[in-house]
Design a protein around this ligand. Structure first.
Ligand SMILES: Cc1cc2nc3c(=O)[nH]c(=O)nc-3n(C[C@H](O)[C@H](O)[C@H](O)COP(=O)(O)OP(=O)(O)OC[C@H]3O[C@@H](n4cnc5c(N)ncnc54)[C@H](O)[C@@H]3O)c2cc1C
Length: 436
């Protein structure tokens, strides 16, 4: 106190009134500052409270919307085939077209879960049997004014020159026109985004595998969801870059969706930073170099080897199995470590039983290979043609009569007709004779 007083000018020290006045002024100033600080803190707390309340309300609105959508879905969904008219056929890139479909009866159609697919029953001239094929919806799940699928013509394998191009995809690309009527089953499939959740996601695709994951990203953008979203896509170059403008629009006006496009073989005209971000294949290392951590839900779709390498890379990186979701358009290449299929039957020595599989119509007898996941892929590996659609045991197009022996199912499905099996989701339980 003494040293404080000595720091005052002489006239202050001789005037106690001035000192008291100064002390009062200091007290009032301190109290004012404390009061100000208090109200700033209260305002910040109120703002935070308001923000939390807004988040809670928007979550409840989303939940209510999703319940309403579910109710609408139940009202406007359908069983079996329904006629849809091709409203628009749009060129995307070489061999790839999008088809916008509207119900021929003009009645409402249900919203779908982004990632789901439609099943088509195609009456193709010259074929005595309807061809059943599945195509993922490539539009936003919340858009229930029309459906859109994007289809790539599947060419014959280059090493099999005598073989015809894919029957269903060629029909769509070469023959289906605007105004045509198609038989369509309601959207289905388990590979879809959980739209009520706000957890961060990584959407990864190659080539035409873009369709279900684009639907997911479009849905996130269309519903104004704030969830952190990474969209990785790989194709050869601009000539193959389907749905390019739509992917570019994903990031416009949104700071939660980020897009990374890789060109595996950029051409001289392709501009890095404009057409694509990274040259080379899309590998797990590309993901690791871009993502801030591995803590996401991953949704993958692409060809067999791409999916296999992504799945293995992600699990090596420590991503739990339950956070990796995928859809295979062709033969399955991923076998999840946590999958709960029945144990592989073994003989007395503990080795997998080599059941004998007879394909009656094709006249082939081969030993079952337990490395293959199902009878459909096994048949394909031995050049025995079995038709297929959804590859999930629901469309019934891979059904084959079992003339002798028994099969076991790998997941819970409605096993279909007595005396036949859904080859895409079963494997042999004994030696088998199949009508294929
Ligand atoms: C859930 C799901 C969603 C899908 N979504 C999409 C999608 O969004 N877009 C898309 O384009 N595809 C999608 N597909 C793939 C699609 O369903 C078809 O599998 C694909 O179009 C090929 O069908 P296809 O009838 O044209 O070919 P297929 O007639 O089944 O032929 C397949 C291949 O076999 C070859 N082949 C024909 N005959 C022989 C023979 N005798 N020997 C050897 N090879 C032969 C053909 O040349 C072709 O390359 C999806 C698949 C599933 C399961």
């Amino acid at each position: 106190m003494q040293s404080l007083l000595t720091s005052f000018p002489d006239e202050w020290r001789t005037s106690p009134g001035l000192v008291i006045g100064f002390a009062l002024l200091a007290t009032v100033t301190v109290q004012t500052v404390l009061a100000l600080f208090g109200s700033v803190r209260r305002m910040a707390q109120q703002r935070h409270q308001f923000h939390l309340e807004r988040e809670r309300l928007s979550y409840e609105v989303r939940l209510a919307k999703s319940r309403w959508t579910q109710m609408e879905h139940e009202k406007s969904s359908w069983n079996g085939w329904r006629k849809f008219q091709v409203f628009q056929k749009r060129f995307e890139c070489e061999d790839v077209f999008s088809f916008v479909l509207k119900p021929h009866d003009g009645k409402p159609i249900p919203a779908f879960k982004p990632g789901q697919y439609l099943t088509f029953g195609l009456d193709i001239p010259g074929r005595d049997k309807q061809v059943v094929r599945c195509y993922s919806l490539s539009s936003a799940g919340s858009d229930n004014s029309a459906y859109r699928v994007t289809i790539k013509k599947e060419k014959a394998p280059p090493d099999k020159p005598g073989v015809p191009h894919g029957v269903g995809s060629s029909f769509f690309v070469d023959a289906v026109q605007e105004g045509d009527i198609l038989n369509v089953k309601a959207p289905s499939g388990h590979f879809h985004l959980e739209t009520q959740k706000q957890t961060p996601v990584v959407l990864i695709s190659a080539g035409v595998g873009i369709t279900p994951v684009l639907s997911m990203a479009l849905d996130i953008a269309a519903t104004g969801s704030r969830r952190e979203t990474w969209f990785f896509f790989v194709c050869r170059n601009r000539a193959d870059h389907m749905l390019k403008a739509e992917v570019e629009r994903l990031t416009a006006g949104s700071d939660n969706i980020r897009v990374v496009v890789c060109y595996s073989k950029p051409s001289a005209e392709d501009v890095q930073g404009k057409d694509y971000h990274t040259a080379g294949r899309l590998t797990p290392d590309v993901l690791k170099s871009v993502l801030p951590s591995n803590n996401y839900d991953y949704y993958l779709c692409g060809n067999g080897s791409f999916m296999k390498s992504m799945y293995e890379g992600l699990t090596d990186w420590g991503v739990p199995d339950g956070k990796i979701h995928y859809e295979a358009f062709g033969p399955a290449t991923i076998k999840k470590t946590t999958e709960t299929a029945p144990p592989i039957p073994v003989d007395g020595a503990g080795t997998a039983k080599k059941f004998s599989i007879t394909f009656g119509k094709s006249g082939r007898v081969v030993a079952w290979d337990p490395a293959l996941l199902n009878l459909l892929d096994f048949a394909k590996a031995h050049d025995v043609r079995i038709d297929s659609g959804c590859r999930a045991g629901s469309c019934g197009s891979c059904s084959v009569a079992v003339k002798q022996g028994a099969v076991e199912y790998l997941s819970q499905v409605d096993a279909g007709e007595e005396g036949s099996c859904l080859t895409c989701v079963c494997r042999p339980k004994t030696d088998l004779v199949l009508d294929a």
